[in-house]
Design a protein around this ligand. Structure first.
Ligand code: CA
Length: 221
């Protein structure tokens, strides 16, 4: 796990760096805000641990620039004791967590691990038959051919794929896509499923109707 540690107190930085390395982390240490900004542009870090009070640009500005670039790198801020406003401002700026100095190193290690875990993407490609759904890129394909899906068709198909070879009810489908589904009826689910069937004719999969209950997505017979 590659960790960026930004701390201008070199004694503290050395100590923390050694501890993190002792826990199997690969640590890059920088001592000011501009170097931190550059390191974050250059490298991929599992987590950035960022002191707020830094020479050059401060920790807030480093986070602001990071998020302005669209980066999702998790950031753990190190704040001074009693600086409640700093913590609020840090979180509002886009930091993910903070730790108040002085802190137990075991807690630092645990927080870094938790942030890294949270940022580990789940497997993003769902596939069955010739169909594949890349859920992070929002791309569907049958074989090599791109498949056009509406937002709701996508949501229904994704849910069916996640539950392939299991029976799901129409209500379960509605519940799963509810963020868009405020006006969604059981009939609407039937409409999406029939559209999907047409689009999936040559995908080597079938959406079977389980009469009186719902559907099951499975490889075509
Ligand atoms: Ca400092």
């Amino acid at each position: 796990m590659h960790v960026l540690l930004v701390e201008d107190d070199s004694v503290l930085a050395d100590g923390l760096s050694r501890i993190l390395q002792g826990h199997g982390m690969l640590v890059e240490v920088v001592g000011d805000g501009l170097q931190a900004d550059q390191a974050l542009q250059r490298g991929q870090f599992a987590v950035a641990v960022l002191d707020i009070g830094l020479p050059g640009i401060d920790g807030f500005e480093v986070v602001r620039r990071l998020r302005a670039r669209g980066s999702a790198t998790p950031v753990l801020l190190l704040t001074a004791r009693d600086a409640v406003e700093d913590r609020v401002r840090g979180l509002e700026t886009g930091a993910d967590d903070y730790l108040v100095k002085p802190f137990a190193t075991a807690e630092l290690v645990a927080r870094i691990r938790a942030l890294a875990r949270r940022n580990t993407p789940a497997p993003t490609v769902l596939a069955l038959g010739q169909l594949s759904l890349d859920t992070s890129a929002r791309r569907a394909r049958i074989g090599e051919r791109p498949l056009e899906l509406s937002v709701r068709e996508w949501a229904v198909l994704e849910y069916l794929l996640q539950h392939a070879s299991r029976v799901v009810s129409k209500q379960q489908i509605i519940d799963a896509i509810l963020p868009w589904g405020d006006d969604l009826t059981l009939n609407a689910v039937e409409v999406y499923v029939s559209r999907l069937r047409l689009k999936l004719l040559d995908a080597g999969i079938a959406i079977r109707t389980i009469r009186g209950f719902g559907y099951m997505l499975e490889p075509a017979a």
